[in-house]
Design a protein around this ligand. Structure first.
Ligand SMILES: Cc1ncc(COP(=O)(O)O)c(C=O)c1O
Length: 367
């Protein structure tokens, strides 16, 4: 039987990673971040696994992602927080689906209140310059929040959040100090949110000061390290994503022949190539060619020539490799698989991007 071509997500690894992270950040709670299709791992299956692991908060970028989780059966006993909103979002979906919007402006706050959303979190920008009200906007935002309470509106300010830039320890601590100014500003208008949250994976693992009440953790739950100098194993985490492909065909290539578009690689000796059916249309960067290796059986073999739209080539020499054999692109290095970080390094990016970019064309299965 031919090997599986696609992404296999290890449910047990997700559950174990959740336990490791939850223990480490306690007494803070965890918001399990499953945005961007759970960083390419498949949001619904991952959310189910993390809920089984004990997650009572899920974090998504936008309401579409939250609605998809609710429609897949994640019930309202599990809170969903969404923090990026379209300019014309009216938040009625948030109320209908029991999704908590994190709002960044007076306009979003007022619109959420008009939609009778029961709880919102306020997002303040403490240095990332992405979403979140900037400090000069806080007085008006906080006054609007206070007015909602005074008017007896249904909407309650349940949380206050910001997001770290991970630029340096001192930059992150400056952001924490800015968040404290926001907490104080809210307190001055009589609002004390139940939960304050700032840190994501890096902050919550390396800067305990920034954990506050909830840590919004994505990458670490997928078993990957946010630190260039620490591996998954160093952090007690297990990479949950394994990418495999079946060998579609083997091709004999005489010494001197060029391979794939542009002949960026030529055979130095008579050799054989294995072709697999994953390419840049599936999210595997064209530039991986000549810079990464895969595992077949117990051995590593280089990916050679340019990655094409739907295929890549592997130089297998005279190894005993046949059509249908399993090729492992990346998985858990503790089991001998290549690390996703090798693929990231090869094209000058980070593990986040490599996993998140595995395309929707690639089949996912959870074991
Ligand atoms: C607002 C917010 N919080 C938390 C996270 C989770 O980050 P990480 O995957 O580094 O844990 C993200 C992801 O980028 C985010 O955008």
């Amino acid at each position: 039987m031919s090997a599986f071509t696609g992404v296999t997500v290890d449910r047990e690894a997700l559950i174990a990673n959740y336990a490791t992270v939850a223990e480490q950040v306690a007494p803070a709670g965890v918001v399990a971040v499953v945005k961007a299709d759970a960083y390419g791992h498949g949001a619904v299956e991952v959310a189910r696994a993390l809920v089984d692991a004990g997650a009572d908060w899920l974090g998504v970028a936008d309401l579409d992602e939250g609605v998809a989780l609710r429609e897949a059966g994640i019930d309202e006993g599990v809170r969903i927080l969404a923090w990026l909103h379209a300019p014309d979002e009216d938040f009625r979906r948030a109320a209908r689906y029991g999704i908590t919007p994190a709002v960044s402006s007076v306009e979003q706050l007022s619109t959420a209140a008009d939609a009778d959303v029961p709880e919102v979190h306020l997002v303040v920008d403490t240095g990332l310059s992405r979403n979140g009200a900037v400090e000069s906007e806080w007085p008006e935002l906080f006054a609007t929040a206070a007015a909602l309470t005074r008017n007896g509106d249904r909407t309650r300010i349940e949380g206050l959040m910001s997001h770290l830039s991970n630029a340096s320890r001192s930059d992150d601590l400056d952001q924490d100090a800015a968040l404290q100014r926001a907490i104080d500003g809210l307190a001055a208008v009589g609002i004390r949110p139940d939960v304050v949250h700032l840190a994501a994976s890096a902050g919550s693992l390396a800067l305990p000061e920034t954990r506050r009440d909830l840590a919004r953790v994505g990458l670490a739950l997928y078993g990957l390290s946010p630190f260039p100098d620490r591996t998954s194993a160093d952090l007690g985490l297990r990479p949950a994503m394994r990418v495999t492909a079946a060998v579609l065909r083997t091709v004999a290539v005489p010494a001197g022949d060029g391979v794939s578009y542009g002949y960026t690689w030529r055979a130095e000796r008579d050799t054989r190539l294995a072709v697999i059916g994953l390419g840049y249309a599936d999210g595997f960067d064209r530039a991986y060619g000549n810079h990464v290796s895969v595992r077949i059986g117990d051995r590593r073999f280089p990916v050679v020539g340019r990655v094409a739209m739907n295929a890549m080539h592997i130089d297998i020499g005279d190894a005993d490799v046949a059509i249908g054999d399993e090729v492992v692109l990346w998985g858990d290095p503790a089991n001998g698989d290549p690390a996703v970080e090798d693929w990231a390094d090869a094209i000058g990016t980070i593990n986040y991007e490599v996993v998140a970019r595995v395309g929707r064309s690639v089949e996912r299965r959870t074991t």
